[in-house]
Write a protein that binds this ligand. Sequence first.
Ligand SMILES: [Zn+2]
Length: 251
Amino acid sequence: MEIDFEKLIKLQQLDMEIRQLSLFLESIPPQIENIDRKIADSTLIAAAAREKMAGSQKKRRELEAEVKDFKAQIGKFKRQLNEVKTNKEYTALLREIEESERRVDRLEEAFISEMLLEDDIQRDIQEANRELAETQEVLSKEKEAIFRKKKEAEERMQELIRSKTALLPEIPPHQVDLYVSISRKKNGIALSPVRDDFCDLCHVRIRPQVLNELLSSRNLILCENCGRILFWREQAEESPAEPETTEAKAK
Ligand SMILES: [Zn+2]
């Protein structure tokens, strides 16, 4: 079977780049998810600081209300002082007043420490907001860059598919079938160049007789080890490879 090596090599190059681009495109959604998760996380830190502030303010309002109740209570006790009949009652009331005043002092101390705490929380909120803004800026730039690369990859993919669609009818169908069946079995690579008497992909030495046949004919010869279609490297070099394809292959 005489083989159109140049076209098959071109097909192989197109398929390899298509495969590489597919892998790249598949890797994009997880990358975006990862970025969105980071953005959500930094939002949480800022939200937690705000929640802490709200908690402290609520506690301060409760303390304030309690102080107000105790002060009303003290006022009431003081008025009762004028009405009591016995010394015992009078002493008891005085004790109640003292006790309530001590409670008020403690509550006011707690109120002040909440206020001081809020100063710290306020700083945390500002810090969290600043970090959030920074993170969001960095991450949204990262996201834009990914979307740009995605768009480029999709455009390149369209080009490659167009080239492949144009190329396929130029290759005899049975050669395409053979190419496809080997490609499926061999991790997407159906052709292997011969370099220094070795199959370049499985690194097995080619017998001299096979080498001679390769040199003298354009017949289909499969590597006896890996089963790929063998070709001379020069044939690949003669075939007009697009610069991007060569570059992608070199990576
Ligand atoms: Zn091989």
